[in-house]
Design a protein around this ligand. Structure first.
Ligand code: MN
Length: 129
């Protein structure tokens, strides 16, 4: 099976950008447009990594991360979570890490940074390694 990446993001432009960038490297993108859908997708799909927007229309990304880490689905204790947010406020990175995220990326999304951060956890299916 392919390498599945779940992106929890309410902004369609960011979703499309990340979809194109990751599919170009051979990953399969699973999409969720809000926090509740994201938690549900993490529990129902086989996901190898999660990209998590922090500003979501229902529950925020911190709460999403806490619910994923607290899920009864054991694999979700370990699945890598990369927080992605426009909030440059001091303390956001620490809050994301405290909520269970592994690393933190700032918006606007830089494609090369995205590839590098994702590949640090899950090798690209289209690159030799
Ligand atoms: Mn958002």
């Amino acid at each position: 099976m392919g390498t599945n990446i779940l992106y929890i993001e309410d902004n369609p432009d960011n979703m499309m950008l990340v979809k194109r960038a990751l599919e170009a490297r051979g990953y399969t993108l699973v999409q969720a447009a809000n926090g509740s859908e994201g938690v549900a997708a993490a529990e129902s799909e086989e996901v190898d990594l999660i990209l998590l927007d922090i500003n979501l229309p229902d529950i925020d990304g911190y709460e999403v991360a806490r619910r994923i880490r607290g899920s009864a689905k054991h694999a979700l204790v370990y699945v890598p979570i990369i927080a992605v947010t426009a909030n440059a406020l001091k303390g956001d990175a620490e809050k994301a890490l405290a909520a269970g995220c592994d690393v933190y990326m700032s918006k606007p999304i830089n494609i090369r940074e995205l590839w590098a951060r994702v590949e640090a956890f899950v090798p690209s299916p289209q690159k030799p390694f």
